[in-house]
Structure formats: structure tokens, C-alpha cells
Design a protein around this ligand. Sequence first.
Ligand SMILES: [Zn+2]
Length: 228
Amino acid sequence: MAAATTLENDIINILKIQNEQWATGNAQLYPMEHQDPKDAQTLEFQSLLSSDADPGMIFTHRNIANQVFPDDPNVMSVIAYALHDLGVEHIIVAGHSLCGGVAACIDKHLTQKERADCFEFEAASRWPPRAPLDQWLAPLRDFAESLDTPPTVQQLVEENVRLQVKKLIALPTVQDAWYNVDETLEKADKETKARLQGIHGWWFDVHTGRVRDLNISVHAQDILGAQS
Ligand SMILES: [Zn+2]
């Protein structure tokens, strides 16, 4: 991976420093290990960082198990708005410890009927109550089952972050965002005016409140350099 830009280092490092300061201060006042682990289930997020204002401004989208589906209008509209209207320069996919969505992909074995039911669109109003959740998690469950060794929750959380970062990179709306959208510019000019600066994978420890960089970042230089 190419070295990050000064601007990116500033923003990403400031976030990490702020997280450390927050985790340290917060741990003294509100030890997170005393919180109900069920609260952790609300912590799904992909953070879309808007850097046109101060570095602490974070535009956030959450869903169960951080899934990126090109046919999901919710996540796709959030990404498009963030990148092409707000001018967000960094995307962070942040998995977390104690992820119930990920754990469900390991722990729960569906019957053939449950698998069939969760894709029965025409009977949506008569879906079994959990069928939408099973459908939502089906790709990640299939991925978990495709691995040679059954993963732990921790391993699958990290693999899932890697997977979703790859899916983000492949999206046309993301690929367009590496460049300046002004099509009148020559390619060389576009390359110097990339807007999206980086896509990153982090892991969030709900006990300590600390983030850990999974070091899978892809930077604008990687994308633009490979094409020049
Ligand atoms: Zn989760």
C-alpha cells in the first residue's frame, strides 16, 4: 500500500487519538465491561467520514453485520450521498466485538425450509418472523460456511470487514469518487484531484471502547497509481 497522504494521516490519526482519549477517559467514568453485552448489538456501523468540516464530523450508516449489498437502496444511497454530495474523503468499515449478527452466521444452522422461506419474496407478508433476518445474513452465513475451518466470532468479524471493504471498492459509485467528477478535465488533472482518499477497515472493542486498525486500507494513490 502506498503511504497515506498528510491530510489522510491527519484525519485518520486524529480519530485514533480521539478514540484513545475517549476510551481512557470513558473507562474511568463508565467501565464498558459493566454494560450489558446486548447493548453491543446496536453498534453496527460503517462510518463515512466527512472531512469538509472538522475532523470529528462523522456521517454514519448502520446495519446488521455491516453488510454492503449493491441492490440495497439504503446503503447505496448513503454511500452515494456521502461521496458525491457531502464530499466524504474516507470510509471506515468498523466491525465490533460481540457482534450478534456475525455470531448468528456461525451459531445458527438453518433447516432447508428456513433457507427456502427466507427467499420467498412473493409471500413476504406471510414470511416467518425471522425470515428477513435470515435472508439479510444469508451471504455472510454462506461465506462462513465456505471457510475451511469454522471461524470464531472474532475471526468472522474481521473477515467480514475485509469482505465488505472489497465490496465497497468494487462499487461504481465508489470507483467514480476516486476521481474529480469534472469530465472536462484531462485524466492527469483528475488524478491530482481525487476526492475519496481512503477506505479503511477497523475493529471496535466494545469492552474497552478502543478501535484497532486492521491495516487493510486502500488509498487513492493505490487506485490512481495502478491506472497511470
Ligand atoms: Zn454487530
